[in-house]
Design a protein around this ligand. Sequence first.
Ligand SMILES: C[S@@+](CC[C@H](N)C(=O)[O-])C[C@H]1O[C@@H](n2cnc3c(N)ncnc32)[C@H](O)[C@@H]1O
Ligand code: SF4
Length: 451
Amino acid sequence: MNTTELLAKYDVPAPRYTSYPTVPYWTDDPTSGQWLAELNKTFDSNPQTGWSIYIHIPFCESLCTFCGCNTFITRNHKNETTYTAAIHSEWETYLSSVPLLKEAPLRQIHLGGGTPTFYSPENLRLLLQPILDGAQIDPAWFEGSIEVGPRSTTSEQLQTLLELGFQRISMGVQDFNPEVQRLVNRIQPYEMTRNLTLLARQMGFESVNYDLIYGLPAQTEDSFRQTAETTIALRPDRIALYSFAFVPWIKKAHRLFTEDDLPKGAEKRALYELAREMFLQEGYVELGLDHFSLPTDTLYEAYEAGNLHRNFMGYTDQRTEVMIGLGVSSISEAPTCFHQNEKGLNEYKRRVLAGEVPTLRGHLLNEEDRLHREQILQFMTQQVVVLNDDAQTADARDYLGELLNDGLVKFEGRRMELTERGRPFLRNAAMALDMRLRRHKPQTRTFSQAV
Ligand SMILES: C[S@@+](CC[C@H](N)C(=O)[O-])C[C@H]1O[C@@H](n2cnc3c(N)ncnc32)[C@H](O)[C@@H]1O
Ligand code: SF4
């Protein structure tokens, strides 16, 4: 079977496995009290548990029509002050409910969105300084990273971030082609991306990431080749090359496109393969799903050392046992529990200002979940996993029979490995370890397509 036929055969809905169980399979909803109890249990058993913070800033001045993130579109910058007050209130609740948090080392902070650079430099400092001041930080280990919107990022913001200890920035680029940009309502001239990249380097940021998306309307092999060439010329340290997750049943703006407007199946994958070849030739290394890094970047070092980690933000080079997500819709995790905040902005604010942890949903992991979570994490980061026992191996071999026959996975005893040819099918192969999904197939459209 040739690659085109394989892509058609395996282009089925599949999770991206930024968590296990995946969010639609969270069942044992913890209350806020249970979530806090799980956190306390973790820190009680090891007061030196490393942890990280994610802060979600939902604001964007305009909507990119492909966007799948949790956003709030506004040009009213007074939102910064009221939202900061809400985040600080949520943070205070954590500090008073989980006393050991103040003693345990804070290893990472990540700001995502939305567009965190919606905030002015002063308001970024007012948001972050009190949180950082109250935490145990060892500068040798601490990592600060932020998603910046190149259309709204200034040198003053970058300077403030550097002073607060941030070393990494990730920029939304998506595509350099003006026609594609027009169709997705995101005009971002090349010079804007170039100037911000040069500025960040000059100011001393250690790592610059570009987000690109393949599968957008009007993308062709020629146009995407140029996007890849321009990217290579600017030489970001990391590149995330995302598959357009087309989910019109969740995101209304996706209904502006019909499936006929979008490259799909083999045509869509060809865009990925084209850019991939070009990145590899220019010295980038492919890591896991959709990510590339220069060998000088810590993401590659982590990959080489077998320490690459994957969480809700994608791949990271450090694993912490606990991640606390602050802000509307943020997701948190501990070894035994996932937790997501309220998704409505006003309801989120109301609840945190009343001193609540604004639980929307979550999941308490049982023993089996914890085993499969580790296995899926290992497979998504290293493309190889040693299964638990002969019964699980026989079951996975059976489930992956077709992929095995097509040479996309191979088994050696209990070792299950993705082959080079199987790379585009990482998500399909990982489904063998996803017992929650296998026992209860989704009845409605839930996941984006694997290709
Ligand atoms: C929060 S945004 C990045 C920061 C900033 N808002 C910006 O756009 O410049 C996170 C990234 O998610 C990716 N993304 C958003 N919606 C997506 C979708 N439907 N499919 C694939 N990737 C998507 C984009 O590459 C985007 O840069
Ligand atoms: S891609 Fe970024 S800027 Fe565009 S709507 Fe989504 S979060 Fe906002």
